[in-house]
Structure formats: C-alpha cells, structure tokens
Design a binder for this molecule. Structure first.
Ligand code: DC
Length: 228
C-alpha cells in the first residue's frame, strides 16, 4: 500500500540548496529522506573500486542490483558500501562528475528505480534528486523544483568546499557545473526538468530560510494534517 504514503519531491540541479531544504523538511515533518544523488554517486565509487568498465552495462547493473549500501538517514551523514565507510569519497566533485556519467545509462536508472521506491515508508518521504517528480514518484503529493543561476550555484559550492578546507577554483567549478547541467538536462532518459505539476522556485536571491518558508507554505496547503 505504498500509494497511501505521502511523498514530497525536491528536484533541481546541484547548488540550488536541494539537499539542505530536503534535510530540514524531513526534520520538521519527521519523515524519511532519500538522497537519490548519493545512490548514483555510490555506483560511481563502486565502478572505480571494483574496476568495472561503465561500458560493460551488464556488469554495472549486476553490481547496482547487489550492492550492499547503508545510509545514516541524514544528508551529509555516513554512507557505507559493502560495510566500508565511503562518505568522504561519495562527496567529492570528481565523484559527482562520474555519477552524472553513469546516470545517463538507461539500464542503470531502471535498476535503481525500485531501490529508490523502497525508501517510501510511513509516515512519509522527502525525495531529493533530478527525476523524483517526473519518474520515480510521479504520484507525489507535492513536487518542488529548485533553480538558481549557474554563477550563484558555483559560488555556493565554492563556499561549501572552502569551508571544508578543500581548495578549489571558482572558474573550474562553474565549468564543471555547466557541463554536468548540460549532461543531466540533455540525456535521453529521465532528463533534469521540472514535472508539469511542479512548483518552481528560483532561489538565486533567496536565503535558505526564505526557500524553506516558501516550501513549508506549500506543504501546509497540500498536507494540512502534518505538523509543518
Ligand atoms: O544530487 P547530486 O549532485 O548528488 O547528483 C550527482 C549526479 O547524479 C548528478 O549530476 C546527476 C545524477 N542524478 C541523477 O541522474 N538522478 C537523480 N535522481 C539524482 C542524481
């Protein structure tokens, strides 16, 4: 009866604050959280570790079907693959890039579809990604699509990385973001785009608190029974 369990989808490109908003929303509502990008990142890490060639689609899909992953349930929390802690590697920029490449493989997306749907558990789910509202949870009760200018997204990512002590170049970051956007938006399967019934919020000039307030207003409208 998963159809009865409410879902809110938060889609959009990286650097729009999706992860932070999803985590805050999950905390406010006490709902589960799916960071679907982490699944693609884990596959990318596994490909590297197990020396799978991503062109060997059969082997890639076998790995994605059987991989034993665990999440602490928090955005930026612990992630293990076959019992080994890999969260540091999962969050690297090069992993994001590799994830965006494997994410364009239709057979892999198909394998990950059910894994993602299995996160739908009572009392509800916040699903963060690119195709949560269009493909994975098309029946979600509320679909949010966050956008922001590429320059603003690169700035935000830059600050995040600098705060973590990672040295980065803003121009290179902007280029990476642009090429990942291009790949994610133009792939043939599940391209990055808002669902027809999504609420689109441009976050370029908004603070996280302002975005959260806007989203919470929508949550109260759609789910008046929640404690939002
Ligand atoms: O959200 P993220 O930056 O962790 O995602 C990493 C890559 O994974 C992103 O560039 C595209 C891909 N991805 C996807 O194709 N579909 C999703 N639902 C989530 C992520």
């Amino acid at each position: 009866m998963s159809g009865a369990i409410p879902v809110i989808t938060i889609d959009g490109p990286s650097g729009t604050g999706k992860g932070t908003i999803s985590q805050k929303l999950a905390d406010v509502l006490s709902w589960h959280l799916l960071d679907s990008g982490a699944l693609y990142r884990i596959v990318a890490v596994g490909v590297e570790k197990k020396k799978i060639k991503s062109i060997n689609i059969k082997e890639l899909c076998e790995f994605a079907t059987s991989m034993d992953v665990s999440f602490s349930g928090e955005f930026d929390g612990s992630i293990t693959l076959d019992g080994v802690e890999i969260s540091g590697q999962v969050r690297l920029e090069e992993t994001a890039d590799a994830a965006s490449k494997v994410a364009a493989i239709p057979e892999l997306r198909q394998v990950l579809l059910q894994r993602q749907r299995d996160f739908r558990r009572a009392p509800g789910l916040i699903a963060d990604g690119r195709d949560m509202g269009t493909v994975v949870f098309p029946d979600a009760g509320l679909k949010i699509f966050l956008t922001a200018s590429p320059e603003e997204r690169a700035q935000r990512r830059y600050k995040q990385l600098i705060n973590k002590g990672v040295s980065v170049n803003l121009r290179a970051l902007l280029q990476d973001i642009a090429s990942r956007d291009e790949r994610d938006a133009n792939r043939t399967v599940s391209p990055l785009r808002p669902a027809q019934d999504a609420v689109v919020i441009d976050t370029t000039t908004l603070t996280i608190e302002q975005v959260l307030d806007t989203v919470l207003e929508k949550v109260r409208e759609r789910f008046p029974e929640t404690k939002a």
